[in-house]
Design a binder for this molecule. Sequence first.
Ligand SMILES: [Zn+2]
Ligand SMILES: [Zn+2]
Length: 245
Amino acid sequence: MPQSSATDSPRSVRAKQDVQARRLLSQCGHCYSSRGDGTTLFKCGACQVDTYCSRQCQKAAWAVHKEKCAINRCAQEAGVHAQLKNLRGYTDKHRPTIAEAAIRSLGLAQDVTRAERWCLIVHLQTRPNAQRTDRLYQCVDAEVAPFEVFGLGEAAKMRRQLQLAGAGVVGTAFVVMMCVDPGQSRYLKNIVPVGFEKAVLETSGLPWKEWMMRRLDEGAQAGPADGPHCPAKRVRASSAEEDCA
Ligand SMILES: [Zn+2]
Ligand SMILES: [Zn+2]
């Protein structure tokens, strides 16, 4: 291990030791050569947990790894499933708020066709020690973005869904609830179609982002959106689609 220089703080020395220890722990699941020796390791493609130095080692280890691989995958699916259930629950509690925020942020009162190209993205972070579904997340930001920001395939899927919804007095807009926690490579995404009456009334008051973040932060017990008229209608709640990456 390289000697730390005199200028290193105790904290940075500890950080260096941590990195070194983690490297030594990262070993090939078959021959135990480690990152500490300069070996390049790759993860098992199925479970993304165990690491190997080569295809040969992975193949040789499979008979033993097989069972643990299935357990790893099962645990991940259960974890993601529980998280998605939380995100869906939170979304449902705040549906009137996010529906109205979609109308205002997308400017649908001026042009309803904007909902065919743009969506509202709500950025969330898990709130530590939350006791209630409507308080599970903290809204950290929000923005309007074109569908393509999620990739061309996803954008095509969203447009198809709008076509299926068809023309009528009620239009559909998309709100994407995204949870990205610091230090996590996985993120959760819940694409929520919200319905709106095309005879939309623009509500005045606070700028939409400030208004929405405040309402999400208050929790859901404040009831439906304020103002004399709430144009947002709850439609097709069951068609909300979610996935993770
Ligand atoms: Zn190996
Ligand atoms: Zn595996």
